[in-house]
Design a protein around this ligand. Sequence first.
Ligand SMILES: [Fe+2]
Ligand SMILES: [Fe+2]
Length: 134
Amino acid sequence: MQWKEDYAIGIPEIDKQHKTLLEFITEFEDAFAGKKHWNTVQPLVVRARDFLKFHFSVEESLMQIVGYSELDGHRAEHLYVVDQFTLLEHRVLRQDMRDELMPMMSVWLFNHISESDKPFGHYVQDYFRAARAA
Ligand SMILES: [Fe+2]
Ligand SMILES: [Fe+2]
């Protein structure tokens, strides 16, 4: 999967983390394309899950700092993605999920980035613009 400038939400640190998430997806693709054994894929899944949780808590902390009114709904979307990821981990344990895994991860993450993270990015930019002007 390729990073597109259109994915940028305008907060450099968050964009950097989104790029890291995309790198995880690419690593998954490579691991599955090489038909890597579960022993190789499993640590990658654990690292991806931990990074995903870290990323979500960074976003939620920033939302709290700037008083973002959509925090609860946004957090619910994050929880949904983490839940789905956990289910996926269990399914990967049982069978080769290559065909389903990539589209699912990409859809959850990149829909979330463009539909929910992006409006938040705009909110944060407005917030700091207003703070600088004050
Ligand atoms: Fe995000
Ligand atoms: Fe988010």
